[in-house]
Design a binder for this molecule. Structure first.
Ligand code: ADP
Ligand code: ZN
Length: 690
């Protein structure tokens, strides 16, 4: 038996790296969770290796914590630390079982053998009570205790499983007969070898989910487990429900809207192997599944797969690594795959909708001479539609207030951005830091009382449309309860669903006959190389929500830039054309997938500190670059807008050798992070920034 455990203490310090050695507790293996004395504190830790002895004096650990992490996840944590320029400790923290909850027990009653004796004398009520067993006791515990006293019932505590899925188990739904294209995809997936990757490129409504389901069925039949990643669970209840209907109790879901208890129970069911399918968002990529055979990433273009805290991992990248390490097949699916995926992964195509309907016609509406948020044609179309989906990627009432007298604009005191008016809450809010203040009555600079409200957000648009007498359903982060809004819209005979990009996610409503994008250039105007890709995806995804039923449908795209290439391709439903053009552009400009980008952001409260540190890092990178083999350009540093009271500065590394570039950045950033003169400066490294 090993006498020493190599341990990673779960601290967040960037400069502090394990492993540290401790005396091995009984039965310790890779993945065993511990509490260890570390410095002057006791900290949680994970065993990452075993050894026979150590160069140091080793001490005892404080305790062993159940359950252990699967060893595959420990390996994955090291990979994440390398790949996303973070530390193993931070990566391991992502993988811990849900905290803050314990297994729940309740009293469970069973009839004993004695109760089966025909001589036993019972009242009718007692007989009925016995017949209702075995089960958890309820309000009848006292009556059951009396029967227990006579030796007729045994009552013991038992673990109660908190069930998050509202699906009647057993109601496993018929599976439809696959179309020819679906069958070909299913067969190809089933025949795929260990570690193989495939891209399922299917237009909206082409039945991708059915392909996933049948591939999953075959994986389960082969005795292996299935991981299914979906963008945001609150917005994609349909895919979760379909997995649960098809596979019943073997499906576990993991997401942040579950209670801590539900999450723990689901995690434990996976850990014990009772559940062999896990469906969840980004964080579910760390589900403790064993014997993984198939990993599915649905809507692979969705930006929610990127995690915005350290480590800034990309769940698509982690999923691919997990699949490769486990010898599982990876399938990523989308109607609008990323240029990165189309470039790297062999493709299976579903070119037609299952119901045989064509894609709806898309008209580009030129807004250059239209004064209001809605063009008169759009307005008329909305009034005539049965059910419409309207996308406006801006929350609130209006996003810019200014004083008509002196021009004063209302800005966040912590961030360099304007405040957004939320009329229902009667407040102004910063969408970056959450700062709130009451709606102003007069200008703080000149005392003027005439205050103009510019720009239209979802709140205002929903209100305008409701004034016109149409039932309106609003879906954005301010409303919450997205699943309920969607369900209500689904049931309605008539109405308009208004919301942010949430409305374009994978819902399937057969009777939507109109789709509208209010401000298609809101994503195009972003100073970001993904602006075209995002715009194309958003318009195409929205178009995919319309015209699924027999009534057909159409789509209107309002824009100030009617010539934009991404919009023209989207209007023609020409995803191949778009991808070709976009890959050409990216190659010419040396953007991913033809280069790796790494972004370093420095943030500090002290004036000038962020830029100073960024300059030091940039100098370090430029000095180290020639010997690094990274083939890197270092862009910046450049100032970013102030956020949460912190000045920020960023630099971007654009490199041809990914591994070398990561090593270069890690070396320089870790050196600076340990330096006194840069204390108080927060550093964040983002490999493949979104
Ligand atoms: P996608 O995810 O590609 O947009 P979905 O998987 O949501 O498409 O499928 C669209 C609709 O078609 C769903 O209502 C689904 O139940 C139905 N469907 C899928 N495959 C078939 C099939 N082979 N036969 C009949 N209906 C199907
Ligand atoms: Zn703010």
């Amino acid at each position: 038996m090993s006498r020493v455990v190599k341990v990673e203490p779960l601290t967040t310090a960037r400069a502090l790296r394990g492993p540290f050695d401790y005396r091995a507790p009984e039965g310790a293996v890779v993945g065993t969770r511990l509490v260890v004395p570390f410095g002057h504190r006791d900290v949680p830790a994970v065993v990452t290796g075993l050894a026979d002895d150590s160069e140091h004096d080793v001490v005892d650990v404080r305790k062993v914590v159940e359950p252990a992490l699967p060893p595959e996840l420990v390996d994955l944590a090291f990979w994440i630390a390398d790949e996303y320029c973070s530390t193993p400790a931070r990566a391991l923290q992502l993988m811990l079982p849900p905290g803050g909850a314990r297994a729940k027990t309740a009293l469970y009653a069973e009839a004993t053998d004695a109760a089966r004796d025909p001589e036993v004398r019972l009242t009718g009520a007692q007989r009925a009570l016995l017949d209702s067993l075995p089960r958890f006791t309820g309000g009848d515990t006292a009556a059951l205790r009396r029967l227990e006293g006579r030796g007729l019932v045994a009552i013991v505590p038992r673990v109660v499983r908190r069930v998050p899925l509202q699906v009647s188990v057993g109601a496993v739904r018929e599976r439809p007969r696959p179309t020819v294209a679906q069958q070909a995809a299913i067969d190809r997936l089933t025949a795929a070898g260990p570690g193989e990757q495939l891209l399922l490129h299917g237009v909206t409504g082409s039945g991708k989910t059915e392909v996933y389901l049948q591939a999953a069925e075959r994986t389960l039949a082969a005795g292996r487990s299935v991981l299914v990643l979906v963008p945001e669970i609150g917005l994609t209840p349909q895919i979760v429900a379909r997995f649960a209907e098809r596979f019943g109790d073997t499906v576990a879901v993991l997401h942040s809207q579950l209670s801590a208890g539900e999450r723990l129970d689901e995690w434990m069911r996976l850990h014990r192997g009772e559940a062999r399918v896990c469906v969840g968002p980004r964080s579910a990529v760390f589900a403790p599944l064993r014997d993984l055979g198939l990993v599915i990433v649905d809507e692979e273009h969705d930006s929610s797969y990127k995690h915005e805290g350290d480590p800034r991992y990309d769940a698509r990248g982690v999923a691919a690594q997990r699949a490769a390490a486990a010898g599982a097949v990876l399938v990523v699916g989308s109607a609008t795959p990323r240029p990165e995926s189309i470039n790297a992964i062999p493709r299976l195509q579903l070119a037609e909708r299952v119901d045989g309907q064509g894609m709806p016609p898309v008209r580009i509406v030129d807004m250059r001479s239209a004064p209001n948020a809605l063009h008169p044609d759009t307005h008329a179309a909305l009034m005539g539609a049965r059910k419409a989906i309207v996308l406006l990627n801006r929350r609130g009432w209006s996003n810019f207030l200014n004083c008509q007298t002196c021009g004063h604009a209302w800005e966040c005191p912590q961030c360099d951005v304007t405040l957004v008016l939320h009329a229902a809450q009667r407040e102004m809010a910063c969408h970056h830091c959450g700062h709130r203040e009451p709606v102003p009555r007069r200008c703080p600079t000149c005392g003027g009382v005439s205050i103009a409200r510019h720009g239209t957000g979802t709140e205002r648009l929903a209100d305008d449309l409701a004034q016109a007498g149409v039932p309106v359903f609003r879906l954005d982060a301010d409303v919450g309860r997205g699943a309920q809004v969607l369900a209500a819209f689904g049931r309605a005979e008539r109405g308009i669903l208004v919301g942010t990009q949430m409305v374009a996610k994978g819902h399937d409503f057969p009777d939507v006959d109109l789709g509208v994008v209010v401000d298609a250039d809101s994503t195009l105007r972003f100073p970001d190389f993904r602006a075209e890709e995002r715009t194309f995806a958003l318009v195409t995804q929205l178009a995919g929500r319309a015209g699924r039923g027999h009534a057909g449908g159409r789509v209107l795209v309002q824009t100030l830039d009617p010539e934009a290439e991404s919009l023209r391709f989207a209007a023609q439903h020409d995803s191949d054309g778009f991808l070709r053009a976009e890959l050409g552009r990216r190659r010419a400009l040396r953007y991913p997938p033809f280069a790796t980008l790494i972004r370093v952001v420095c943030g500090a409260e002290a004036p000038g500190a962020a830029l100073r540190t960024a300059t030091t890092i940039a100098t370090g990178l430029r000095e180290g670059e020639p010997d690094s083999g990274a083939g890197a350009q270092i862009l910046g540093p450049a100032r970013l807008f102030r956020l949460r009271g912190r000045e920020r500065a960023q630099l971007v590394v654009k490199a041809s050798d990914r591994t070398a570039a990561i090593a270069l950045v890690r070396g320089v950033v870790d050196g600076v992070a340990g330096g006194r003169e840069h204390r108080g400066v927060a550093l964040s490294v983002d490999v493949d920034p979104q």
